[in-house]
Design a protein around this ligand. Structure first.
Ligand SMILES: [Zn+2]
Length: 105
């Protein structure tokens, strides 16, 4: 997930936005100092984020995990419990007859 940074051309306020897609990044966030209305001079313009470039892949993953981990888990479900599966296969193997498994025709 890319991190975009926006700068207000009017007052210099900065906002950082995690974008899920390029489409969403195309819509700048509102300036925190701006007021809604047609004469609002506060316009956020996307700038290159120097902060984002200094993050390692691990930092980005940790940040994304902290921000979206619960959301991803809700959609994808929890990961499999490898220990439980291993114990289950071990139990099942006890019921197999001794010797090699005969080749399937
Ligand atoms: Zn502003």
């Amino acid at each position: 997930m890319p991190l975009y940074e926006y700068l207000c051309e009017c007052c210099g306020a900065r906002e950082e936005v995690f974008a899920r897609s390029v489409d969403r990044a195309a819509t700048p966030p509102p300036c925190p100092n701006g007021k809604a209305g047609k004469t609002n001079p506060h316009r956020m313009k996307r700038i290159m984020s120097p902060f984002a470039r200094h993050l390692t892949e691990g930092d980005k993953l940790a940040e994304a995990e902290a921000t979206y981990g619960a959301e991803v888990e809700a959609v994808m479900g929890k990961g499999p419990d490898i220990g439980r599966l291993a114990r289950r296969y071990d139990r099942l193997s006890h019921d197999l007859p001794p010797g090699d498994i005969p080749p399937s025709s």
